[in-house]
Write a protein that binds this ligand. Structure first.
Ligand code: ATP
Length: 196
């Protein structure tokens, strides 16, 4: 059987509020899984638990041990005072992996960002920042990629282009993508759909 990441009987409560109640999910390795659910259902909480940023009150997760993680959060979480090139390069500087200027240029070109590499992030538009956050995560070294509503706020054509690039770059990787947009799911054609 192919390897999987298995979440078993996860529960999480904040004060009186039960956010996750006995949730069990299997994420197949090397595949795209989309996690859907209405606002407030605990999707981000689940992702934060998987990323090790939050702990579950009960339940187990297996198959994540030793995996390098990369992520796109709901917020861009870029370094506003640094240029676009350095922002994309930072995970590589931290992890000691290689990424050439020409690889960055090719990626920027794919998402219509070429010519902006020297610009400070604070001088980019909201949609440009979003695409930089997506590129940074996709170009970083990772075994598993987490995305929390990554395409939110992108206009129609840019969104399609970004989703096409994402699908191509993340093909064959273990990816968990949160969305509540059914049209996005139809476009992405994930191998697995999980509803919270
Ligand atoms: N650190 C926290 N402390 C207290 N409550 C929290 C905390 N984090 C999340 N919550 C609550 O848990 C519930 C689920 O939040 P979460 O962000 O996981 O939902 P979501 O499904 O991702 O929602 P959305 O689609 O709107 O992003 C919300 O009611 C939220 O207010």
């Amino acid at each position: 059987m192919d390897s999987v990441i298995e979440l078993k009987n996860l529960s999480k409560t904040y004060g009186e509020q039960v956010v996750l109640d006995d949730v069990s999910i299997i994420l197949p390795s090397g595949k795209l899984t989309c996690l859907l659910g209405p606002s407030g259902k605990g999707k981000t909480t689940l992702l934060r638990i998987l990323m090790g940023l939050e702990t579950a009150d009960a339940g187990t997760i297996t198959g994540l041990e030793g995996l390098q993680k990369s992520a796109v959060f709901q917020e861009d979480r870029l370094c506003e005072g640094l240029n676009l090139y350095i922002n994309i390069l930072l995970p590589h500087l931290q992890k000691g992996s290689d990424l050439t200027l020409s690889q960055i240029k090719t990626a920027l070109q794919a998402l219509d960002l070429e010519g902006n590499e020297g610009k400070l992030v604070r001088d980019l538009s909201g949609g440009m920042k979003r695409r930089v956050a997506i590129l940074r995560a996709l170009l970083a070294p990772y075994d598993i990629l987490f995305l929390d509503e990554p395409f939110k706020g992108l206009d129609g054509k840019t969104k399609e282009k970004t989703m096409d690039y994402f699908k191509e770059k993340a093909r064959g990787k273990t990816v968990l993508c949160i969305t509540h947009d059914e049209a996005e799911v139809a476009y992405l054609k994930p191998e697995m759909i999980v509803r919270l």
